[in-house]
Design a protein. Structure first.
Length: 134
């Protein structure tokens, strides 16, 4: 509703105020925290985004999208080690797989990154197995 209208009108101060007010009303679900993290990221309030995404993970440790989203935030900030750790915890979530590929690209490992981006986790697992056998 109003949050979407404020986003569309680029009233980012209003967006932030509405989110803060809603989060202070009471216990937030992991899904609400995830939405808040996505919204804070899109209005470039990265500190708030990190805070609520960490809360989402704490509240629901199996929420793979929260790991992937926080990893994307760290990737955006150039925190490659932190991003990769979160992407690995994000398991099979598509954003986590693409995030791992992005970290590989940023580190200069273009072959592994491309394999992961195109073929998913199965390609990197078989590549690790081939490397270990050699």
């Amino acid at each position: 509703g109003l949050l979407a209208l404020d986003m569309h009108a680029k009233k980012f101060g209003d967006v932030s105020a509405r989110l803060s007010a809603r989060l202070q009303q009471g216990p937030a679900t992991a899904e609400l925290l995830l939405l808040a993290g996505r919204t804070y990221t899109s209005i470039n309030e990265l500190g708030e985004a990190e805070r609520v995404l960490r809360q989402a993970i704490e509240k629901e440790p199996t929420l793979l999208s929260a790991y992937a989203m926080l990893g994307q935030l760290y990737l955006r900030q150039g925190k490659l080690d932190e991003a990769m750790a979160l992407f690995e915890r994000g398991g099979s979530h598509p954003l986590a797989s693409l995030g791992r590929a992005s970290v590989m690209f940023d580190r200069g490992d273009f072959k592994s990154g491309a394999d992961l981006a195109v073929h998913g986790d199965a390609a990197t697992a078989s590549g690790r197995a081939r490397s270990a056998a050699q």
